[in-house]
Design a protein around this ligand. Structure first.
Ligand SMILES: Cc1ncc(COP(=O)(O)O)c(C=O)c1O
Length: 389
């Protein structure tokens, strides 16, 4: 078996008769049948092969196989966006009367799926606290089918013991679904810790250059088959072009993550000594509350750093406006460093009370450390802190 970096580079669809080195882009919506018998056999699933790009496509298949190997899963299936992956990890496994336990520290849109979309079909959700394992035990009912978690969470960078949570889910015949977007499989492989499914917004570190949208879910063959049928029927398939970009980008995931992580750690160390900063959160800082678990569960601390600036919301906004190089944009995991203010953007749909409950103070700034020279990142933050006093 090849190692992580090699799988990311050498997993490739078959070359065409042109013997190209780089992977060709299969920009086609359908595939030609040799004859009527082959058309029948493909539709009857007696023969494996491409029929229509909403079902399968060689670029999507290559992307899926890579992610499956990188996550240590049996199989994977790709989707149009990360949110389509979140929804597809839930909807096909739930019916009216079922119950989900979700971490309350999840991406803003995932909250909406839990509290607005699923309840339309009589599926209920109870939130559990990522910082309090006992709240997960308490939230489980006889109808619980899925436990859903992001670790590290967006944006507060909280983590939970995945092995312990997987054991809890399985003791109640429930599935553990992990949004592994912030760590990527290079830093953390939830399936090896007992999770049933792991999912990604490919839009983040997988692309890594802020170009395309995409999502993917990895897990057991039988569960991925269920997801594949769900996507095939409901339509949130990935485009061949986006799958091609994402698969190509995965070739450099390991080297990019090494630099994202070293820049983020250095930035966190700089911020923790700064007098204008009230607190800094980064999983690989010794001051991080679950530092030992982070070291055990993750290979490095990730590319995101959160801090709370003295002076609250007003100072936070002034700080963002004073930045000269770091981008103000609603993404993360890009080569370019990005600053966001979750309270007024990604988590603005939550009330201030709801945000407080999920550990998002109004003055919190999230930095996605890019791949620029670390001294330039720090200099921009330094000048913005002094100009925003
Ligand atoms: C943790 C997490 N999960 C899922 C998503 C949704 O991904 P997408 O924007 O690709 O739909 C995001 C987007 O920010 C995210 O941060």
């Amino acid at each position: 078996m090849k190692r992580f970096e090699t799988n990311a580079i050498r997993t490739q669809v078959e070359r065409s008769q042109h013997r190209e080195h780089a992977v060709p882009l299969y920009l086609t919506s359908s595939y030609v049948f040799n004859d009527a018998e082959q058309a029948r056999a493909l539709f009857a699933e007696e023969e494996e092969g491409n029929i229509y790009s909403r079902f399968t496509n060689p670029n999507a298949a290559e992307f899926e196989e890579k992610v499956s190997l990188m996550e240590g899963a049996e199989s994977a299936f790709s989707t149009a966006t990360g949110m389509a992956a979140v929804f597809a990890s839930l909807a096909p496994f739930l019916k009216t009367g079922d119950h989900v336990v979700s971490s309350s520290s999840v991406f803003g849109n995932t909250h909406k799926v839990m509290t607005e979309v699923l309840p339309q079909w009589g599926i209920t959700c109870t939130y559990a606290d990522i910082r309090d394992y006992s709240s997960w035990e308490k939230a489980i009912t006889k109808n619980t089918r899925i436990l859903f978690i992001e670790t590290p969470s967006n944006p507060a960078l909280d983590i939970i013991d995945l092995k312990q949570l997987a054991d809890l889910a399985h003791a109640h015949q429930a599935l553990l679904v992990v949004d592994n977007c912030f760590a990527t499989p290079y830093l953390q492989q939830p399936i090896s810790l007992g999770a049933d499914m792991t999912l990604h917004s490919g839009t983040k570190y997988f692309d890594g250059q802020g170009r395309v949208m995409g999502g993917v879910i990895a897990g057991k063959k039988k569960d991925i088959k269920t997801i594949k049928n769900f996507i095939k029927r409901t339509g949130a398939s990935i485009s061949p072009f986006n799958a091609w970009v994402l698969s190509k980008s995965l070739e450099t995931l390991a080297v990019r993550m090494d630099r994202h992580c070293s820049n983020a750690l250095r930035l966190a160390e700089y911020l923790q000594d700064h007098q204008a900063i009230e607190s800094v959160t980064y999983p690989f800082l010794p001051s991080y509350p679950k530092y030992d678990l982070a070291k055990k569960q993750m290979k490095q601390g990730g590319g995101l750093v959160c801090f709370e600036i003295t002076g609250g919301v007003e100072r936070g906004r002034k700080f963002l406006d004073a930045l000269q190089m770091i981008s103000l944009t609603a993404n993360l995991g890009d080569t370019r460093s990005i600053a966001t203010h979750p309270a007024s953007t990604t988590h603005s749909k939550l009330t201030a009370q709801e945000r407080a409950k999920v550990y998002i103070p109004d003055g919190m700034i999230r930095i996605s450390a890019g791949l620029e020279h670390i001294e330039d990142i720090i200099e921009d933050i330094e000048q913005a802190l002094s100009r925003s006093k």
